[in-house]
Design a protein around this ligand. Structure first.
Ligand code: ADP
Length: 160
């Protein structure tokens, strides 16, 4: 059984992330979307909120599960028996950082390989940070995020 993890912040999950996940789910037996805890970096949403929104957004994907982890991604991958790390590529600007990350991870553990996936062009430009920016400026985020995320964030914003 080939297990892949898709690690990231997912603060919040977007339609771009979801498209990467759908593609990964078609290639691997099991895909675990893994939300990274970072004690020092306080996110926009709590890890619990992110997990809740991911769960609500992946119900149509049978072989995808959600988890959280702290520390090195590669150690987490080893612990759960994953052989592949999925990362998404948007523009060339992602490439340098992602390349460095994947080579560092290979140096730490050569048995676990990074696989890069891309999205459909219509989701390519979407990022969690631009969604937060649009939301803060009262713009419409409905095109960029799954329905449960849209509902949750617009309600949350209305309550502040
Ligand atoms: P991180 O903080 O680790 O970059 P993110 O949640 O921002 O976490 O992204 C997780 C992964 O998904 C990264 O590899 C990122 O490049 C990729 N990704 C995010 N949005 C898109 C998108 N619209 N198209 C392709 N890849 C994406």
């Amino acid at each position: 059984m080939k297990i892949a993890i898709y690690p990231g912040s997912f603060d919040p999950i977007t339609k771009g992330h979801l498209d990467i996940l759908k593609n990964a789910a078609g290639i691997f037996d099991k895909v675990i979307i893994a939300v990274a805890h970072n004690g020092q970096k306080k996110g926009f949403l709590s890890v619990e909120e992110r997990v809740k929104l991911i769960k609500a957004s992946i119900q149509h994907l049978d072989n995808v599960e959600v988890d959280t982890f702290e520390g090195l991604t590669i150690e987490y991958a080893k612990r759960i028996g994953a052989e592949v790390l999925i990362r998404g590529l948007r523009a060339v600007s992602d490439f340098e950082y992602e390349m460095q990350l994947s080579q560092t991870n290979s140096a730490l553990c050569d048995d676990i390989k990074t696989v890069f996936l891309t999205t459909k062009p219509k989701y390519n430009f979407i990022s969690s940070s631009t969604i937060k920016e649009i939301l803060n400026n009262n713009g419409d985020i409905s095109k960029f995020v799954p329905e449960p995320v849209y509902e949750y964030l617009t309600k949350k914003k209305g309550n502040v």
